[in-house]
Write a protein that binds this ligand. Structure first.
Ligand code: FEO
Length: 396
């Protein structure tokens, strides 16, 4: 294996992990993933940009067997899928110095026990001349850890943003096809970046002044269509939510499902886009993606013992962790004899800061009067969406 030249003196070291099923033992990886490092060779110095997951140590070191010298290791992010092999690189290239910011230094020392003397701290907008190749370090924090930063290769107009703009996708295609990459990139955004929308906004603003021809992330293929990648992130992070309801449901004996179907038909009459996902077997990456732009999330659940179905709790907790820009919430529930389903879900969802538009609970199979309550809920949701759309129109 040898690094692939992507521009003169700039090389990609992409370690594909086609059969990895989960990231963080949590996130399903339908397309696998890759850990991308890059090499920048100047006339004087060579810099390695990030490393790879220790699980792929042999492959990574095999790539490096063709690399004569490494003077600097730029470590953008202390999470081990990018930093985990720094100790191995230092062992192979003992003169190499790790370049990182103060926060990342602290994390590298605690997570990987890298010697303090091996690390040189860089500051925002510091530049390093490798000999005809100048690296500028740009702090882009909280995408998605506090220490994250990016590197801009000035002469080649290449941005190395680490996880930012990444996608969990193993592929031998060097350059992303916009049609193909859209979903993996959105999935990655939803699962990893969505809670940090405000930081993304600040970071996108900061990157505006740079002329970028290539974005080389640390997962997935390279973006040559830079405008497309930035437009996607801008829409997902900054645009107002759409006239869309995400219906997350699970049903045990069919009562909840009757409520769900009635709500869908009424919302359709109001011209609202609906995405429904059955939590019984939903891929949580798909749930996360569906949350990106829905103005309303409706959780529908039966009562198990005295509370919501565990899969509904899981979805509610996921929403509270990922903090989508959802404005409104509603709960549909059925029960046999009682319980505290709404109280439980409201607590879990409280940090979303979305308005609860309504709740409909039924004991056993819904009656006609229960279904009328669903119709009223659909009307309330539609009115809320209309107000939101009107506000957006005024602000444009
Ligand atoms: Fe790909 Fe946050 O590590």
């Amino acid at each position: 294996m040898k690094p692939v030249e992507i521009n003169k003196g700039v090389y990609s070291i992409r370690i594909n992990h086609f059969n990895r099923k989960f990231f963080d033992s949590l996130i399903p990886l339908p397309d696998g993933t890759s850990y991308n490092a890059y090499l920048v060779k100047g006339s004087t110095y060579t810099a390695l940009i990030d490393t790879a997951d220790p699980e792929k140590k042999e492959v990574f070191l095999d790539y490096l067997s063709k690399v004569e010298k490494i003077d600097y290791i730029v470590s953008h992010h202390a999470e081990q899928d990018h930093s985990g092999l720094i100790p191995e690189v230092l062992a192979r290239y003992p003169k190499a110095i790790v370049l990182t910011n103060a926060k990342c230094k602290e994390l590298l020392i605690s997570h990987l026990h890298i010697g303090e003397e091996k690390i040189r701290v860089i500051n925002d907008h510091d530049k390093l001349d490798l000999g005809g190749k100048t690296l500028e370090f740009i702090f882009t924090p909280w995408v998605h850890w506090p220490e994250t930063f990016s590197t801009y290769l000035i002469e080649d107009r290449i941005l190395f943003p680490c996880d930012f703009f990444g996608s969990h996708m193993a592929t031998d295609e060097l350059i992303a096809d916009s049609q193909v990459i859209y979903e993996p990139m959105k999935r990655y955004y939803a699962e990893i970046m969505m809670p940090f929308r405000n930081n993304i906004k600040t970071n996108l603003e900061k990157l505006k002044k740079y002329e970028i021809d290539l974005i080389c992330p640390s997962h997935g293929p390279i973006h040559k269509d830079v405008k497309f990648a930035i437009k996607c992130y801008s829409e997902w992070a900054l645009a107002e939510p759409k006239n869309k309801v995400l219906l997350l449901y699970v049903s045990m004996h069919g009562s909840t499902f009757v409520l769900v179907n009635r709500l869908i038909s009424r919302l359709q009459e109001h011209g609202i886009e609906i995405e429904k996902l059955n939590l019984e077997d939903a891929d949580i990456g798909r749930v996360a993606m569906a949350m990106v732009d829905a103005a309303t999330i409706v959780l529908a659940t039966p009562t198990v013992l005295a509370g919501p179905h565990p899969k509904a709790i899981y979805a509610a907790y996921l929403a509270s962790l990922l903090r989508p820009k959802t404005k409104f919430l509603a709960v549909l529930y059925s029960y046999g004899w009682g319980g505290k389903t709404v109280e439980f879900l409201s607590n879990v969802l409280s940090c979303l800061k979305a308005q609860i538009v309504g709740q409909v609970g039924v004991k056993g199979l819904p009656t006609e009067s229960d279904l009328k309550l669903i119709d009223e809920l659909a009307t309330s949701i539609s009115e809320k969406h209309q107000t939101l759309l009107n506000t957006q129109a005024v602000l444009k």
